[in-house]
Ligand binder design. Structure first.
Ligand code: GSH
Length: 198
């Protein structure tokens, strides 16, 4: 299998952690590409994208993670059914949403000249992040003995806020800081996949 991604991509990091948790990391070639160079593998020009041993292209990160989960029986990162499954997927969506909004803010300064910055739009993205963090702080997700896909995604999302947004989220969210510390301690793959210094 091959994964097209970049070392700084939070969505790529989700895939790497999943691969490590499933014991598949050594069976995957991780090729560094920028989103614009992903070619036909993903017509949306986004990374990560996975190419299976049979040559099938799979994206985006939730689908890749579920594909990897399906290759090996244990541990189960995507619970098969019931409330546990919907909780895992919904937490994953919340984590992805935080990353999406945080990336939009990065792209706003990276791709748009400063004089064209639309402040109200940036505030809208920041509000999504703040609301999500406040929601999580009020009801921190339980992790139990085995993290699932939602936990992996949330941890990567919080780490991305550290990486690109100076960890400002930490003030006012002590329970989620403790949550991330607990995840870090429980999942060595988290540290092992940290992005290179910004
Ligand atoms: N929903 C997608 C998001 C992927 C994504 O936005 N990746 C970023 C890099 S971290 C990207 O390719 N950005 C280029 C673009 O949006 O044009 C996923 O979960 O894989």
């Amino acid at each position: 299998m091959k994964v097209l991604s970049s070392p700084a991509s939070p969505f790529g990091r989700k895939v790497k952690i999943t691969a490590k948790l499933k014991g598949l990391y050594d069976r995957i070639i991780f090729e560094t590409v920028s989103a614009t160079d992903v070619g036909d593998t993903n017509p949306l020009s986004k990374i990560p994208a996975l190419i299976t041993d049979d040559g099938m292209a799979i994206y985006d990160s939730p689908v890749i993670c579920e594909y990897l989960d399906a290759q090996v029986a244990s541990p189960v990162l995507f619970p098969g059914e019931g409330a546990k499954r919907w909780r895992a997927l919904t937490l994953g969506a919340l984590g992805d949403g935080i990353i999406d909004a945080a990336i939009m803010l990065v792209y706003e300064s990276r791709h748009r000249p400063a004089e064209m910055r639309v402040e109200s739009w940036c505030q809208m993205q920041q509000k999504k992040i703040d609301q999500a963090l406040d929601h999580l702080e009020a009801t921190p997700p339980e992790m139990g003995s085995q993290p699932h896909y939602g936990h992996v995604t949330l941890a990567v999302a919080l780490a991305y806020l550290d990486f690109r947004h100076e960890g400002k989220w930490r003030a006012g969210h002590p329970k989620m800081v403790a949550w991330l510390n607990a995840f870090d301690a429980a999942v060595p793959a988290f540290k092992e996949t940290a992005p290179p210094p910004a």
